[in-house]
Write a protein that binds this ligand. Structure first.
Ligand code: NDP
Length: 255
């Protein structure tokens, strides 16, 4: 076994990636598979393309249809993972949405939709995964997708529901991390800056042009630039890292 495999290899482990059908989730699922994990993917519309990409690289993956806001869907998916993989070691709790609207324009239904998917959905998935890990005595790692928007207010677009949901994810992460120390389960969050994915690529050019001077690296990040961070948090070598928020934002939040 190489030194890097010893440090970060995930052979024999099963990783769940929510929202792994496209964007960051797809790229990270591929990365976790390359590190040796078997991958289970949850999304509402399926992740056949991601499964094919992983299999093409010699990895193992399967796709489950589930809405993270629905407890029954998530419980069914967890039962299926245990049936198929016999274990759950890593969760990349990534599914999320964003609505750009000013507070005066946005409806309460839109606020609820964003909070429901981004915050309550991650809570439902983390709670179900925590139960499975505790029941199977697995000292797992849960990585919740937050955002730099959990600590700063983006401009010029308005997205109060998104910002609030991600701030909630960061503090929920700390709360679960402390609560589950006694079970050896680690919980961390990842806070990217602007990453080029379907969520952000369709953003109007004038908005992206307004972002660039605010990013000290003057570019959006690539999904590939999050893979190493997730593998680090997923691996046993981050055993003393729990309750942390790992910021990967090209220096956006430094000033
Ligand atoms: P995408 O829109 O490209 O992908 C989102 C994924 O989430 C899709 O696979 C979607 O699948 C899934 N999803 C959405 N709602 C649900 C649901 N209710 N149940 C299950 N799956 C769901 O987004 P990104 O890859 O850009 O973003 C991924 C995460 O990263 C999000 O949490 C986002 O907030 C966060 N993030 C993104 C940044 C960026 O700049 N792109 C920056 C910082 C954080 P389906 O619709 O089929 O269910």
């Amino acid at each position: 076994m190489s030194y890097l495999d010893e440090l970060f290899g995930l052979k024999g482990k099963t990783a769940l990636v929510t929202g792994g059908g496209r964007g960051i989730g797809q790229t990270v699922a591929l990365g976790l598979a390359k590190a040796g994990a078997e991958i289970a993917i949850i999304s509402r519309s399926g992740a056949d393309e991601t499964v094919k990409l992983i299999e093409k690289e010699g990895g193992k993956a399967y796709s489950l249809i589930a809405d993270v806001t629905k407890e029954a869907d998530v419980d069914k998916a967890m039962a299926e993972i245990i049936k198929r993989s016999k274990r759950l070691d890593v969760v990349f709790n990534n599914a999320g949405v964003c609505i750009h609207k000013s507070t005066l324009e946005a409806s309460i239904a839109e606020w609820r939709e964003v909070i429901d998917i981004n915050l309550t959905g991650e809570y439902i998935v983390a709670r179900a995964a925590g139960r499975v890990m505790i029941e199977h005595k697995i000292e797992g790692s849960i990585i919740n997708m937050a955002s730099m928007s959990g600590t700063i207010v983006n401009i010029p677009q308005w997205q109060a529901s998104y910002n609030a949901s991600k701030a909630g994810v960061i503090h929920m992460t700390r709360s679960l991390a402390v609560e589950w120390c006694e079970h050896g389960i680690r919980v961390n969050s990842l806070s990217p800056g602007y990453i080029a994915t379907p969520m952000s690529v369709d953003t109007p050019a004038e908005l992206k042009n307004a972002w660039m001077p605010l990013i000290p690296q003057h570019r959006m990040g690539k999904p590939e630039e999050l893979v190493g961070a997730v593998i680090y948090l997923a691996s046993g070598k981050s055993g003393y890292t729990s309750g942390s928020d790992l910021i990967v934002d090209g220096c956006y939040t430094c000033f």
